[in-house]
Design a protein around this ligand. Structure first.
Ligand code: OAD
Length: 256
């Protein structure tokens, strides 16, 4: 039988967090789970257990049925707008205030790190709040209408058109089969190359290239700490693993 997970933060990891001057955090969907934002894979309520990514999260899906795809992302945007940063987001933002060189690399397309007060958030998979024209790439010229709170979300919703060229707007997220945006990817590589501690929180570590970042830190001899209630492919490789959640673990681990 496995030993029970420690309730208190491992003392050594607390000391590493205290001593780190250039920490880097890699976050995934579990980071926002306690804010009520669904994850992708780990529960029956997770998005890819309920929805087929091939019909919602690929360029081909958008070409086939832009109204279906747009409506689904508007629903997700609506969920995120109603969500609040959790204690884990807040603890990271506090840490960032005392560590100006801290970098947060996130796979999340929500804005909860920013709303908690973290600067310098690197979004590897884009953002729900960065729609752009599918033809000319421009952002919308004015804020987009959001879904109201009444009634069920629409199954189909025609995307707005671009004021500049008349093309359809698309969600500003990275879809399966698309490359990561080069600027954020380079920034993530730089952050992992410079960091003196990498904290990996709330990611299953199954989606590349984001999942390759911890190995790069380990190869440099930098300690990698995993915070996740479930085992992942990173667990046997990580320097330390704490089986707890983001909102419970991070406030106990990180210095004020
Ligand atoms: P996943 O849904 O694959 O994994 C979520 C991870 O968070 C799992 O390992 C859970 O055990 C863990 N977890 C759940 N609740 C947690 C909590 N409260 N605190 C800490 N950890 C918790 O999400 P990601 O790894 O982020 O890509 O998925 C990576 C990418 O796959 C996403 O960015 C998305 C998806 O397809 C795109 O949309 C491009």
């Amino acid at each position: 039988m496995n030993p029970p997970a420690p309730m208190d933060p491992p003392a050594e990891v607390r000391a590493w967090c205290q001593a780190a001057r250039r920490p880097c955090v890699l976050s995934g969907a579990g980071m926002s789970a306690e804010s009520g934002v669904p994850t992708f894979r780990d529960t029956p309520r997770s998005l890819w257990a309920r929805f087929d990514p091939a019909t919602l999260a690929t360029p081909e899906a958008y070409e086939r049925d832009p109204a279906l795809v747009w409506a689904w992302y508007q629903w997700r945007t609506h969920l995120v707008r109603r969500a609040q940063p959790n204690e884990g987001h807040v603890a990271l933002a506090r840490w960032a205030r005392s560590r100006p060189e801290l970098r947060i690399v996130t796979q999340n397309v929500d804005d909860l790190h920013e709303r908690a007060g973290s600067p310098e958030v690197i979004h590897l998979h884009g953002s729900l709040f960065a729609a752009r024209c599918v033809a000319c790439g421009r952002p919308p010229s004015q804020p987009l209408a959001s879904l109201g709170d009444d009634g069920p979300p629409p199954l189909r919703l025609l995307p707005p058109t671009c004021a500049a060229c008349g093309g359809l707007l698309r969600p500003g997220v990275v879809w399966f089969g698309e490359a990561l945006p080069p600027g954020p990817w380079q920034a993530a590589l730089d952050a992992v190359t410079r960091c003196d501690l990498l904290v990996v929180v709330g990611t299953s570590g199954l989606v590349h290239p984001a999942a390759s970042l911890p190995a790069q830190a380990l190869a440099r001899g930098v300690p990698v700490v995993e915070i996740n209630p479930q085992p992942t492919p990173l667990s046997p490789l990580a320097s330390r693993v704490w089986r707890t959640t983001a909102a419970v673990g991070l406030p106990q681990l990180l210095p004020d």
